[in-house]
Design a protein around this ligand. Structure first.
Ligand code: PLP
Length: 620
């Protein structure tokens, strides 16, 4: 499962074969024990475990990495991050970032009016930046300006030229001096899945000509000192550090150009993009990154300094809008495996082929009995041909349903036998490469992919998935995962691998004890992008603090959305639903399909489900 490669030290496998969360040296707690505690309290799964200590650790890690690079290079400015709350607006996340970042004057970034309203209410260091990105109307701008009067260091980023007029107009009307940033469209591009965020065709930002017009316009207004920040962003999850360096060089040259044009910028904002190594491969593959946080900070500081020295301009305060890298690690989605289906689950008790069985079934039985280490390839090809014939004959009415059942089970048994024979072979014939996938069991997990891991469905994002315990036991199953939505897209068939992507995940045979999988590094973007497909709602969550001695506290347990809330979000009202059911029950009572006792029980059960969790609730 490659835990040491992707965990960044925030998780480990213990001697007991369990996954522990390890928020700082000496602090560790087994995830299994936390989940067991939640279940013992009578709560239902699935659940997201959130570890605010991990957020604190990530905020420190980033700030200290920049601090170290700044000290090492003798950089004369400092670093001041901002957290783009769109990455995860959950209260516990924003408050944890704000608290951990207070001493570093780590700020926030809002991309909409609602996000700004949320950010303004946060306690922040007086120097901490509150950057306002995204397209803006007058209301957005006014709120940002009011923020300055509240003593917050609000900077309004101009994303398109026409916003400048709006800002000037509102600032004059309110009598508030604005602090303005300007987003520049770098020609440099990122790497990986968000490459399109940079480059000339990017959605946001001004070109070089527009940038100079902003300077001229502010000069005319005698407000050039309001232009405080140059902002750039070449996309999230930048996998290749060389792209970062190229972009930062271009951004710093632009900064120097603006200084030469008379601007007195204080901040150079290099945007987001600091990656997360989801597969642990440390490569430029889209789910990885070929650099560390320390290398990122060092390269940004070094490049900015190098250009500033060459251009003889002051070294600016370096701002980054890292989001993913701060929050991905803090959350683990716990999936209970509720059932297993698939070829290795074939019923073993099918009646043996009889004298009357079709010849094709007898042939397949013979293949099964004759497979050896020498002939498995030939036997495989024969079996594939026979299965095809079996189905053709069934379609034409020559094979009974019983014979079809027997033939299909035999085919799977043949594949299983061959898979066993070749499991340790170095060379596997091409046609057998997919055997593991064909033979994979489907582990049915109690969750909705669309609600909890939307990026896996939408953009094939990979997340490490690991059983919470039994890690000192060799897994005996190859599995794919399916969720409980009625949508065939609700499945996970790609798993992390150091060299490539794996089609199956090795898992254990679930026993009498509940078997739980953890989906890791899912704390960025997933919470807010999730959707209510099949009316599966927000998952319950537990906020957990790890204490010395392997102990932990569940500080807060927030129950997931109830069925009623999901139904109401579609425009229905609860009394209307209850009335409709009562009317139907009364009518049923009259025609005698329901007794008086049953009517009450029915209404009670209906009411209970309205108030219940939207996920499967099995007694553990
Ligand atoms: N800043 C801007 C302008 C963005 O669009 C984004 C996301 O793409 C971010 C910051 C956050 O990026 P990341 O989560 O990769 O750090």
């Amino acid at each position: 499962y490659q835990v040491p490669n992707w965990s960044g030290g925030w998780f480990r496998v213990s001697d007991k074969g369990q996954v522990d969360v390890t928020p700082s040296p000496g602090l560790h707690a087994p995830l299994r024990a936390i989940v067991d505690e939640i279940v013992n309290r009578g709560e239902s799964l699935p659940v997201i475990l959130r570890f605010p200590q991990v957020i604190t650790g990530r905020v420190k890690h980033l700030n200290e990495a920049f601090g170290k690079a700044i000290a090492e290079y003798g950089y004369s400015g400092h670093y001041q991050g901002v957290f783009p709350i769109k990455v995860n607006q959950r209260r516990v996340v924003v408050e944890s970032v704000a608290a951990a970042g207070y001493d570093y004057a780590h700020g926030l970034e809002a991309g909409s009016k609602a996000e700004l309203a949320l950010c303004l209410a946060q306690k922040m260091h007086p120097d901490a930046l509150l950057c306002c990105n995204g397209f803006k109307d007058d209301g957005f701008i006014k709120l940002a300006l009011w923020g300055r009067t509240l003593g917050k260091n609000v900077v309004i980023t101009i994303e398109k030229y026409s916003e400048l007029d709006r800002i000037l107009k509102q600032a004059k009307a309110l009598g508030v001096k604005p602090a303005v940033g300007v987003r520049f469209k770098l020609h440099a591009r990122g790497s990986g899945q968000w490459e399109e965020s940079g480059g000339d065709q990017a959605k946001f930002g001004l070109n070089a000509y527009e940038l100079l017009r902003v300077v001229e316009r502010l000069k005319e207004e005698d407000m050039l000192d309001s232009l405080v920040m140059l902002h750039t962003h070449i996309g999230s999850q930048i996998t290749d550090i060389r792209r970062v360096k190229v972009a930062v060089r271009e951004a710093t040259q632009t900064y120097a150009g603006l200084i030469a044009a008379g601007a007195q910028l204080k901040y150079l904002n290099v945007g987001g993009g600091l990656g997360v190594d989801y597969d642990g491969s440390k490569t430029t593959f889209y789910a990885s990154m070929n650099y560390t946080v320390g290398e990122y900070a060092a390269d940004v500081v070094y490049t900015v300094q190098e250009v500033c020295k060459a251009r003889e301009v002051p070294e600016p305060v370096i701002v980054s809008e890292s989001g993913r890298a701060l929050t991905a690690h803090h959350a683990v989605l716990i999936l209970p495996v509720v059932d297993v289906t698939g070829p290795t689950r074939d019923l073993e008790d099918l009646p043996p082929a009889s004298e009357d069985s079709h010849q094709i079934v007898k042939d397949m039985e013979e293949i099964l009995g004759n497979i050896t280490g020498r002939n498995y390839r030939e036997m495989y090809n024969d079996a594939v041909g026979d299965k095809q014939t079996l189905h053709n004959l069934f379609d034409l009415g020559y094979v009974t349903l019983q014979d079809r059942a027997r033939g299909e089970a035999l085919f799977n048994a043949i594949l299983r036998r061959i898979a066993k024979l070749i499991q340790n072979e170095k060379y596997v014939p091409d046609e057998l490469e997919d055997l593991q996938k064909v033979l994979a069991d489907k582990f049915i997990c109690n969750f909705s992919l669309f609600q909890s891991l939307p990026d896996n469905w939408a953009i094939q994002a990979l997340f490490p998935i690991v059983p919470l315990d039994r890690l000192n036991e060799k897994p005996t199953r190859q599995a794919t995962l399916v969720d409980i939505t009625c949508d065939s897209d609700g499945k996970i068939e790609k798993f992390i691998d150091l060299r490539d992507v794996k089609a199956t995940l090795p898992l254990h045979e679930p026993g009498s004890r509940p078997y739980y999988l953890g989906v890791f590094l899912m704390g960025a973007y997933q919470d807010v992008l999730g959707s209510a497909h099949n009316l599966f709602g927000k998952v319950s969550e537990a906020h957990v603090t790890v204490r010395p001695g392997g102990r932990f506290n569940i500080d807060l347990f927030v129950r997931g959305q109830k069925a009623r809330r999901m139904i109401e979000s579609m425009g229905y009202e609860e009394p209307m639903l209850r009335d409709a059911i009562e009317d139907q029950a009364d009518a049923a009572l009259k025609v005698g399909t329901l007794s008086t006792d049953q009517e009450q029980e029915l209404l009670d059960d209906y009411g209970e489900e309205l108030l219940g969790y939207t996920y499967l609730e099995y007694e553990n």
